[in-house]
Ligand binder design. Sequence first.
Ligand code: CP
Ligand code: NVA
Length: 313
Amino acid sequence: MLKPPLRHFLDINTLTKPELRYILDLAKKMKQIATEEGHGKGFVHKYTPLKDIALAMIFEKASTRTRLSFQMAMHQLGGTALILQGTDMQLGHGESVSDTAQVLSGFTDGVMLRANSHETLLEMAQNATVPVINALTDFSHPCQVMADILTFEEKLGSIKGKKIAWSGDGNNVAVSWIHAAVLFECELAIACPKEYKPNSQVLGWAKNNGGNITVTHDPAAAIKDAHCVITDTWVSMGDTDKKDRLAKLAPFQITRKLMQHSDKDSIFMHCLPAHRGEEVTDEVIDGSKSVIWEEAENRLHIQKAILLWCFGK
Ligand code: CP
Ligand code: NVA
C-alpha cells in the first residue's frame, strides 16, 4: 500500500517558503492565544486539535528545552507525549531503526527524534508511516532556528534582508541557520576558525540557491552592523576534541567589545545551554541586548505550530 504524503519536519530546507511562513505565523497566533487562555503553565487550550494524537519523543542525547517544550506543547494542545530514552529502548541495544520505525508507527501518530546521527533521523523518516520531527542531530537543529526566527521577528520585525552574524563553531545550529538564511532571505555572516567551518555541502547548496552567506575568520567583520548576533557552545554533544576546540575558538568569544560592532538595536541569541566565559561573556548573555529567555520560551510556541503543521491540524 502506498503511504500518504507525510509531513515530516526534518530540516528547514525540506519545507517550502510558504510552509515555513505558515508555521511561523501560526506560532505567533498560538503564543497570543496562550497569553489569553493560559492562567497556569499546565493549562490546556480551549481548542485541542491534538486530543487523539500520541507523540513518541526519543532522546539519544540529553535535553532540557526541547523535551519540555514538546511535552508542554502536546499537553496544552490536548495530546499525549511519550518520553523515551534511546538507551532504554531496544533501539539502543541493537534493534534496527527501520524495525523501530514500524513499531512506533503502530503505537503513535508521530515521532520526535533527537539522534546522535542524522542518518538515524533519515532512516526513521524513510520507514515510519507517521510524521517524523528532527529534534536535533549532529547535522542540524531546525526547531531551534524556527524559534530563533520567531524571537527575531518579535523584537525587530521581518527577518527578510536583515543581517544575522554567527561567531563560533560551524555546528548543527549553524547549519540550520544557513538553511534559514536561504529560505527566509536574510544575510548570514559566519565567523569561525578554518577547522570548524560549517558543512561545506550545505554552504555549496546555499550558494547554488542564492544565499547571501559569507564565511570569515574575523568576528568583528561578521558582526559589523548585524541586527542579531548568535553563538552556541564550542563543544557540542558528541564532540570529542574539547581541548583543541577551546583553544581554536577562543578568538570567537562574544564580548561586549565585539557587540559594539553590531547595529545599535541589535539583539543577542544563544540556543542554550551556554558555557559562560567560553563562547560568550556573562556581560553579554546577561546584558540588555540578550533575548535568551524569550528565545527559550519561544521553543514552546514554535513546537505547537510545527506539531499542528505535521499533523495537518
Ligand atoms: N536548545 C536546546 O535544544 O536545548 P536542549 O538541549 O536543552 O533541548
Ligand atoms: N550544538 C549543541 C546544541 C545543543 C542544543 C549540541 O549539539 O550539543
